[in-house]
Design a protein around this ligand. Structure first.
Ligand SMILES: [Zn+2]
Ligand SMILES: [Zn+2]
Length: 343
């Protein structure tokens, strides 16, 4: 295959327009009436929004190559390896657990609602562990490294994260009876919405999306999730239906008086591919090396990021408690201040 053909195929595949082009070529648009047809019509939405986002940033001279460079490099690195392992992992989990399913479901609207609620729970479990178990944080932190929000962030993932997420999510869903066609349909909606919530402020400035902010998980909620502000850290783990964040107490609105600071709390270089991709592994390795005794060394793998064998913890919970205590103390201090003389 000539290099030009390879490049052409890669671009068509990235844009997700292969099926639409085929319809255009044959003139047969009947496929749009089927589920597959609808899926192929929706696939190009995110890549095109990304192009619009980059286009607008260029026109308004706000385009900064560093906002897109690292997610793009990661996308290229993940393109084949991650997708291949992920599909294999999903197929393996379905084969392994389908016979143990609690009951059988079919492709109907009520099972779709049931399936989606289970999927969100499974997503919550994977995502919560990704933030609370240091080893899993090493896999997930690549996604949190970018220090600005735009649609390219949706492609920034460590290559082993998707397989690990899919093993957890597929296993829980299949065991709970969500049948594979239903699961694939839910995965498609989740993937599309999960990409959209990374839309940058230059396309949708206010990510609250009106009344939807009260009902579903909006870009505003996910921006909060990507923040390193103490109040925002480790909140909003869901993807579309944020019921489980409300059930487990991890739900947090974006506050108008608290601007989001994107990124992770570790000092790092967000423009260095190696730091973004392997920085947390290196930090974990350094902590393990200096920890005394095998017990402490093993604890570093499973305890939350910021946990220390010395007892001087800097976990999200400790940092948030200190912040909230400081916030409570401040108004009290202000009240004891003498009133300013009236001029
Ligand atoms: Zn996360
Ligand atoms: Zn994200």
């Amino acid at each position: 295959m000539a290099p030009f053909d390879i490049l052409y195929d890669e671009i068509i595949s990235f844009l997700g327009i292969g099926a639409l082009l085929e319809m255009y070529r044959t003139g047969d648009y009947h496929a749009l009436l089927s589920l597959n047809g609808i899926l192929s019509a929706v696939s190009p939405v995110i890549p095109f929004l990304l192009l619009i986002e980059v286009g607008r940033a260029l026109v308004y001279k706000r385009f900064r190559i560093e906002d897109y460079k690292i997610p793009f490099l990661i996308f290229v690195a993940n393109r084949f390896i991650s997708r291949f392992i992920s599909i294999a992992a999903i197929a393996f989990c379905i084969g392994l657990f389908e016979k143990y399913a609690l009951f059988k479901t079919s492709f109907t609207w009520y099972w779709l609602i049931y399936g989606y609620v289970i999927w969100e729970l499974a997503h919550f479990v994977y995502h919560y562990l990704g933030h609370k178990v240091r080893l899993f944080w090493c896999l997930h932190s690549t996604h949190h490294a970018p220090q600005s929000m735009n649609l390219s962030v949706t492609y920034a993932h460590f290559f082993l994260e998707a397989p690990y997420a899919d093993v957890i999510r597929t296993s829980i869903c299949i065991l709970a009876g969500v049948n594979p066609p239903l699961l694939f349909f839910i995965m498609f909606i989740d993937g599309t919405w999960g990409a959209f919530i990374h839309v940058g402020e230059n396309i949708i400035k206010d990510g609250r999306m009106g009344f939807l902010n009260k009902v579903i998980l909006t870009p505003s909620h996910h921006r909060v999730h990507h923040a390193r502000n103490p109040l925002y850290m480790d909140t909003n783990f869901c993807n579309l239906l944020n019921i489980w964040d409300k059930v487990f107490g991890t739900f947090q609105y974006e506050k108008r008086d608290l601007a989001i600071e994107y990124g992770i709390s570790r000092p790092m270089n967000p423009n260095n591919f190696w730091d973004v991709y392997f920085g947390e592994f290196y930090a974990l390795w350094k902590d393990i090396v200096k920890a005394p005794g095998i017990r402490n060394k093993l604890l570093y793998f499973v305890m939350p990021p910021g946990w220390s064998h010395t007892g001087d913890h800097k976990t999200a919970r400790v940092v948030k408690q200190a912040y909230l205590a400081q916030q409570q103390a401040q108004p009290a201090q202000e009240t004891v201040q003498p009133a300013a003389p009236v001029a």
